[in-house]
Design a binder for this molecule. Structure first.
Ligand code: HEM
Length: 395
């Protein structure tokens, strides 16, 4: 491989796996474009870096989530951009409200959202699956979690897209600044009213649980609740949209799997696990080094921006047999798509539940999906997935 690889080049976006494979083999720690980031690509090295927040800091990336042109951004005060010990305090408090029981309670509502969306898909008629199903399903679930006005669902896509694009927006992109600033203001205005309202009149929802929760007599402040809600919109939406979209792409590419799952709906969970590994939603997570360090014999300087390439780790042949084969009969669970260590995804059970229930509903209604156009890929380093997925569902 000559010169630096550009991870955002359209041909790499369309299929990054051969490039990852070559990096793992020839340069498992090296600088790439955009921005001269250091990419770590082998499973073992990615896992070790996740486990070492003292050297690979999440707090270091805060300057990119609240750049001077934006100023204040509650997301950059959330736990995902915190290192120990601050991270632990917030994670403990939030975990009190975010229990497995609270997530499981959502299943009937998720099924009902999925049915409504699936009924709107007309057999034999072309549709953009992202807009019609993959996006509104998790957006409705976030609305349900927060007990928000259902008419707000349509806004979450813009909220999520604008917030996720902060780190990729430069000082020069002035035309984007105003729209992102307006979104942050709109979210703060709307969500601060929700928090105040739930303090006055608690309901049976997550925001009410968050404002009530106590650990050793300590509660979350309004600002901390707000940061967490911002985090959920960013971390919980786009990632799940892509999991649902990738699942349906796999069913289009391998129609025999669709037939198998229609006959054996109890295997949908297994299928989702392999989609998570084979086409992970999250490809690269950025950290900043707090001191000079060595990985796989390569020296990374202090203050370097490092991408932990989850997308590559999930295809590492040292870890997975025949990594480039989609095989839903693999043994064991691979949690790497949800990260590793202290920031391990808090929403993993919810994401798995949404994908499983969404697919069960689609499989009960349709026998096949056929693609009607090329996939257009998004351009975020963190999340990889189709911007639109034109297809025809067949009854
Ligand atoms: C397929 C769907 C999802 C994927 C692939 C995913 C992936 C991830 C990953 C890789 C991280 C670690 C980030 C890091 O180390 O910097 C993470 C963290 C997080 N995720 Fe998810 N996520 C998904 C869905 C969700 C959902 C549905 C929610 C909640 C609604 C959620 C909430 C969170 C939160 C709160 C964190 C931060 C945890 C912490 O900092 O301690 N995620 N997610």
């Amino acid at each position: 491989m000559t010169g630096r690889v550009n991870l955002m080049a359209p041909e790499v976006r369309a299929n990054p796996y051969p490039v990852y494979e070559e990096l793992r083999r020839t340069a498992p720690v090296c600088q790439v474009e955009p921005g001269g980031l250091w990419a770590i690509t082998r499973f073992e090295d990615v896992a070790a870096a996740f486990k070492n927040p003292q050297v690979f800091s999440s707090a270091g990336v805060r300057t990119t989530t609240a750049p001077p042109w934006l100023g204040h951004n509650p997301f950059s005060e959330s736990m995902i951009v915190m290192d120990p010990p601050h991270h632990m305090r917030l994670r403990t408090l939030v975990s009190r409200a975010w229990t497995p029981a609270a997530v499981n309670r959502l299943e009937p509502r998720i099924r009902s959202f999925a049915r409504i969306l699936a009924e709107r898909l007309s057999p034999e008629r072309e549709v953009d699956f992202v807009d019609a199903f993959a996006m509104p399903l998790p957006a409705s679930v976030i609305g349900e979690l927060f007990a928000l006005d259902p008419t707000m669902t349509a806004r979450y896509k813009r909220w999520s897209v604008d917030l996720s694009s902060v780190s990729g927006t430069t000082e020069k992109d002035t035309h984007r600044h105003e729209s992102i600033k307006a979104t942050v203001r709109e979210m703060e205005d709307y969500l601060s009213n929700v928090v105040a309202e739930r303090r006055r009149h608690p309901q049976d929802d997550m925001v009410s649980d968050l404002v009530k929760t106590r650990v050793d007599g300590e509660a979350l402040s309004d600002a901390e609740v707000m940061s967490f809600l911002f985090l959920l919109v960013v971390a919980g939406l786009e990632t799940t949209v892509q999991l649902v979209s990738h699942s349906v792409r796999m069913l289009m590419e391998q129609p025999h799997l669709m037939a198998r799952l229609r006959e054996n709906p109890s295997q949908v969970g297994r299928f989702v696990e392999e989609v998570l590994r084979y086409e992970p939603s999250v490809h690269g997570l950025v950290r900043v080094t707090t001191k000079e360090t060595q990985v796989a014999g390569v020296v990374i300087p202090e203050g370097a921006r490092v991408a932990l390439m989850v997308g590559s780790a999930c295809r590492d042949g040292e870890r997975f047999k025949d990594p480039d084969t989609f095989n839903m009969d693999r043994e064991g669970v691979n949690n790497m798509p949800f990260g590793h260590g202290i920031h391990f995804c808090l929403g993993a059970p919810l994401a798995r539940l949404e994908a499983r229930v969404g697919l069960e509903v689609l499989l009960s209604r349709f026998t096949r999906f056929t693609s009607t156009g090329p996939v257009k890929w998004n351009t975020s380093l963190t999340v990889r997935g189709p911007l639109s997925l034109p297809l025809i569902p067949h009854a």
